[in-house]
Design a protein around this ligand. Structure first.
Ligand SMILES: [Zn+2]
Length: 266
């Protein structure tokens, strides 16, 4: 009975780690095997082995191996940073080299404006069609979510964010704006505003959505000829006065895009 329970726990942990980090499940199995091999025991041996192997793989090995499979980490610069460093620690920061080129072009276009690209979930390092849940489409190295831009109380653009995870703090429609969110929710797509459960806490409540900063960022992204599509919630598209055939509506089956924008290569 105990053995069955242990096997079941192993399968669950393997599944969760794979869904969350792609390589975590395999590293967990490897750490179990290594622990069996080395007999002497100490406190937290299992966790220690797993964490050691996981960190070495994530920080050193995977960044070296992923380019063989056509992906690389989102390159950090003074103006390109993850909104939350967990994105990097969970291996959710891999893209095709073309997407890095796009980000570099955007930052050079925005030079002097103090607008930082805070990126969110990208893709896993390996295997096309392996989805980065909960985003089903982030499975080919061509997709990236980017945070909105905010201003402080003096109206100055800041690089701070309003949600710890980067998701789930919405810039909701104003009463006079088209409300796609209500429409999707009344049609029964109750997952549409689920990101509200994954903020991990809201911060910097004094910050305000920066229409001018976000518009500049989006306009600059739209200039790249390799951009395929950009998703943003319709009321923000309207508010920012954006009009470009690459801006599409993602549909009610997705989640609302007024906490971040989604970009994808052709
Ligand atoms: Zn996305």
């Amino acid at each position: 009975m105990k053995k069955t329970f242990n096997i079941l726990m192993c399968i669950i942990i393997f599944g969760l780690l794979t869904i969350l980090t792609q390589i975590g499940g395999i590293i967990y199995l490897l750490s179990l095997w290594l622990n069996k091999l080395f007999k002497y025991d100490f406190k937290f041996k299992q966790s220690f082995t797993f964490l050691g192997l996981y960190l070495i793989s994530t920080l050193l090995l995977v960044p070296l191996i992923a380019p063989i499979f056509g992906r690389e980490q989102v390159q950090h610069t003074e103006y390109i940073k993850p909104t939350n460093y967990m994105t990097v620690l969970l291996n959710r920061n891999y893209v095709n080299p073309q997407l890095n080129k796009l980000l570099m072009a955007v930052t050079s276009d925005l030079k002097g404006l103090n607008i930082q690209i805070n990126y969110l979930d990208a893709n896993f390092p390996f295997i096309n069609k392996f989805p980065l849940l909960p985003h089903l489409s982030h499975n080919d190295g061509k997709k990236l979510d980017i945070s909105l831009i905010y201003e402080n109380s003096n109206g100055e653009i800041t690089n701070q964010q309003k949600s710890i995870s980067g998701y789930g703090v919405f810039e909701a429609p104003q009463p006079n704006e088209y409300n796609q969110i209500d429409k999707c929710l009344t049609m029964g797509y109750f997952q549409y505003d689920y990101p509200k459960y994954v903020t991990l806490g809201s911060i910097n409540n004094e910050l305000k959505f920066s229409a001018k900063g976000t518009k500049k960022l989006i306009t600059s992204i739209l200039k790249d000829k390799n951009l395929g599509k950009l998703f943003i919630e319709p009321h923000l598209k309207q508010r920012l006065g954006l009009n470009n055939s690459k801006i599409r509506y993602h549909g009610c089956r997705a989640v609302r895009h007024d906490d971040h924008i989604h970009i994808q290569l052709k």
